[in-house]
Design a binder for this molecule. Structure first.
Ligand SMILES: Cc1cc2nc3c(=O)[nH]c(=O)nc-3n(C[C@H](O)[C@H](O)[C@H](O)COP(=O)(O)OP(=O)(O)OC[C@H]3O[C@@H](n4cnc5c(N)ncnc54)[C@H](O)[C@@H]3O)c2cc1C
Length: 507
């Protein structure tokens, strides 16, 4: 019997994850990737003896990775040598002493209490509510395609409906402000929204579930570095009939009689398949790879959606030690609200921005030559803004000066022996990113979350599916794995809620 054939456009984390599932289900899978290497935004480069990540650095929600690996009778923890980081991260402020988040509710409640009277108890209550929402979301809402809404709503949900409605309609910032007054504590409970591509002043309070990860679940790191996630995922699919074609940008999705029948390469060669799945940014897929009559989400649809932010990523090789930093570090400006307003409302490049500083050599010495540190700075900036080389250079030197100031290392600029900057234009040219967005698609506003997020199936073209951060459930590596479950369920017509527990051969 001839095998069914699937083509996946793009080899991001979600694309590879789905390739494995389809491979195990008996498909012959061909993955076409425009770039020279697989992994998409999970990417790194080597320079001057340093190895710099220019993508994800936080390994969160470990149980989601386990859930996926179990489908292949494997353990992510064992294969990737996952270690919990303790402490979790350090936060620098403009005018106050840094705070270390241990990732232990007992110790972190003590820290909160030392800053604001009663905040320790409040943190325990807050995290307990976050854990409840986290559990509910992972059990009921994140692994579903919402094909049968009535199946989702049972008595346990109805009982909680008023609370859930409140959490959906309240903004995260207003919700946090009900329990905490000190701006530093509020920032620690709100910053995650940056990594979900949103603002705490716009995103729903439901995303308070992220605090469950900080204070209960923990922050992890794969011993062999973030790129081992890509190589291991590809390795996991080795027993199956999966072929990766790098340097192979897709020009068009070929549609015949209302059905996707293959893809056209830039050489104009057509590769045929039974189903086509795009892992590329959905805006690119819909508006560049399909002809107007085949677009379910045409240009006017995207005009009403909010893209996640873009980023400037500054990779620095630094001579000597950086004892002031932990592996993960955040710096929050006093003008917190204004900073988010710049990024999500006025779309202005912030003069002075909150930033994320990753110093992975704290956990992995192999990422820098002896006697040096590897530093990666992420500056969130608005989507839709292309930066000139001059503007990029100016933002870079401003940011390095800020870092030198906050870690009290005035000679930092002179200690830099290697440097590379990855800006918004790079996101566009490297990933075909919509509006230069960094994280893979639209932000997590309420109207772009769960049931309202762009679905993983074309409404106009049969046999055309989507997978990745742009569709359900959303941004981030764990969500990409969930997305692979969801797209496969869509393809296989599985209507059950919850994650896949097994993959049967499709006939
Ligand atoms: C700087 C940064 C930091 C991040 N930090 C974290 C973190 O700490 N933790 C976390 O969990 N997540 C993090 N994320 C988010 C996470 O990396 C993304 O959500 C995720 O990698 C998206 O994966 P994906 O599979 O959806 O798509 P992508 O990784 O975008 O892959 C899509 C692929 O499609 C390819 N493609 C596009 N057009 C075509 C075409 N026409 N033909 C062929 N191929 C095409 C692209 O080249 C790309 O390889 C971060 C992202 C960035 C950029």
């Amino acid at each position: 019997m001839t095998k069914k054939r699937a083509i996946i456009i793009g080899s991001g984390y979600a694309g590879i994850a789905l390739a494995n599932i389809l491979g195990k289900a008996g498909y012959k899978v061909d993955v076409y990737e425009k770039n020279e290497a697989v992994g998409g935004r999970l990417s790194a480069f080597s320079q001057d003896g340093f190895s710099f990540d220019i993508g994800p650095s936080w390994y969160l929600m470990p149980e989601v990775f386990e859930q996926y690996y179990r489908l292949f009778n494997a353990s992510a923890k064992d294969r990737l040598d996952i270690q919990r980081l303790s402490p979790g991260y350090k936060v620098f402020f403009e005018n106050e002493a840094p705070i270390i988040i241990e990732g232990s509710l007992k110790e972190d409640a003590r820290t909160f209490e030392s800053i604001e009277r009663g905040a320790g108890k409040m943190l325990r209550q807050y995290v307990s509510r976050s854990s409840f929402i986290y559990k509910l979301s992972t059990e009921r809402f994140l692994y579903t395609n919402f094909t049968n809404i009535f199946k989702l709503i049972d008595w346990s949900i109805i009982k909680k409906a008023p609370h859930l409605l409140y959490m959906a309609l309240e903004t995260l910032d207003r919700y946090v402000s009900k329990s905490f007054t000190d701006q530093r504590l509020k920032q620690i409970l709100e910053y995650h929204m940056v990594f979900l591509g949103s603002s705490p002043f716009q995103a729903p309070a439901i995303y308070s579930l992220m605090s469950h990860l900080d204070f209960k679940s923990g922050v992890y790191y794969p011993k062999r570095g973030m790129m081992s996630l890509v190589s291991d995922l590809v390795e996991l699919g080795k027993p199956y009939d999966i072929t990766y074609h790098t340097d192979s940008p897709i020009k068009r999705i070929v549609v015949e009689g209302g059905k996707a029948v293959g893809v056209k390469l830039h050489s104009s060669k057509v590769e045929r398949a039974d189903i086509v799945i795009s892992n590329a940014d959905l805006h690119h897929t819909e508006t560049s790879l399909l002809s107007p009559s085949h677009r379910s989400f045409p240009k006017r649809y995207w005009q009403k959606r909010q893209a996640g932010p873009s980023n400037v990523l500054i990779s620095l090789g630094v001579k000597g030690k950086l004892p002031q930093l932990l592996h993960h570090n955040l710096y929050f400006v006093d003008e917190w609200r204004e900073n988010f307003r710049d990024i999500y409302e006025t779309m202005a490049i912030p003069e002075h921005a909150s930033i994320y500083l990753c110093n992975p050599t704290k956990s992995d010495r192999s990422l820098a030559p002896a006697g040096h540190e590897n530093l990666f700075i992420l500056v969130p900036i608005p989507s839709g803004v292309s930066l000139t080389d001059r503007a990029l250079a100016s933002l870079t030197s401003r940011t390095i000066a800020t870092v030198a100031h906050i870690i009290d290392a005035p000679n930092l600029p002179e200690r830099i022996v290697s440097r590379r900057v990855f800006g918004p234009n790079d996101f566009k040219s490297r990933y075909n990113a919509w509006e230069y967005n960094a994280f893979g698609g639209q932000s997590h506003l309420l109207q772009q979350s769960v049931i309202f997020r762009t679905p993983n199936e074309s409404k106009k073209v049969k046999g055309l599916y989507y997978v990745g951060a742009g569709t359900v459930p959303g941004i981030g590596l764990p969500m990409c794995l969930m997305s692979a479950h969801l797209t496969y369920k869509r393809i296989a017509g599985i209507k059950d809620e919850g994650p896949l527990t097994d993959i049967e051969e499709l006939r």
